[in-house]
Design a protein around this ligand. Structure first.
Ligand SMILES: Nc1nc2c(ncn2[C@@H]2O[C@H](COP(=O)(O)OP(=O)(O)OP(=O)(O)O)[C@@H](O)[C@H]2O)c(=O)[nH]1
Ligand SMILES: [Mg+2]
Length: 238
């Protein structure tokens, strides 16, 4: 069966990154792109629609209204990708922290794993130009999550991933509780609970190109609580 990869790109105020990102993604054979915009005040949604109209069907947009959230955006995008027959569902940030040129390597690894995580913290993984306080926060977050949940993954908070349809379709997407970045950890936990084969491949993560970070106190508080919720959640593994 031929592979039909789709990449989900969640956006909030990423207008200045989007066109270059989509051009780079269009160079990957057969890849479709779903941009999930959360009613960005900077007009990212209109830019996404413009790119979709010029893409001969390879780019589509999902314009969300109502409550904004990274988790909700991913769930909407993933559900749409599964509905339209994706064999592999990838996810990446819009800000060039994740290099589109590294996506084919994740897809290749997806031939033999159910969840491929583009990882900053396995041998060969790198961080470029990230300020020390971000490195510290990310390192602490992964240590904290691993300590509480016992997940055997070095980079639980990476948003550069590739899922097989088989695993993603088995996960209880309607029962995911996280709204912000904690969503990334919760999904790794669910992947493991479902018995998925998880591998990490090294990536080079770079500081965002344009725009501003959306990290907030509320998002961090949710991430502090989530591992404890997971630690007491019954594993749904059959
Ligand atoms: N749809 C949607 N996308 C979001 C939301 N919050 C963040 N994003 C997108 O998710 C991706 C990751 O967010 P970033 O702001 O880059 O988060 P980060 O990588 O932790 O922070 P910086 O790189 O320092 O800015 C980017 O493509 C954002 O535009 C949201 O509430 N809704
Ligand atoms: Mg970023």
């Amino acid at each position: 069966m031929p592979t039909r990869p789709v990449v989900i790109v969640p956006t909030y105020n990423e207008r200045d990154n989007l066109s270059a990102l989509v051009s780079a993604l269009m160079r990957i054979d057969g890849l479709r792109v779903v941009i999930v915009d959360d009613n960005s005040p900077d007009g990212t949604g209109d830019e996404a629609d413009r790119l979709a109209a010029a893409s001969s069907g390879r780019v589509s947009t999902l314009r969300r209204t109502g409550v904004r959230g990274l988790g909700r955006s991913y769930i909407d995008g993933m559900s749409a990708a599964l509905r339209t027959g994706a064999t592999h569902v990838c996810q990446m940030d819009a800000d060039f922290s994740h290099d589109p040129a590294e996506l084919p390597r994740l897809l290749e690894a997806g031939a033999t794993a159910d969840l491929v995580i583009g990882s900053r913290y396995v041998p060969g993984g790198q961080l470029h130009n990230w300020p020390a306080h971000r490195v510290a926060l990310s390192t602490f977050a992964n240590w904290y999550v691993r300590g509480i949940t016992r997940l055997p993954v070095r980079d639980c908070t990476s948003g550069f991933r590739c899922w097989t349809r088989e695993l993603l379709a088995r996960l209880p997407l309607d029962r995911i509780v996280s709204e912000g970045y904690a969503f990334l950890v919760e999904m790794v936990w669910e992947a493991r609970a479902a018995g998925g084969r998880i591998v990490e491949v090294p990536i080079t993560f770079v500081e965002r190109r344009e725009g501003q970070s959306k990290m907030s106190g509320r998002v961090i508080a949710e991430s502090v609580l989530l591992p404890w919720r997971l630690a007491v959640r019954p594993s749904r593994r059959p």
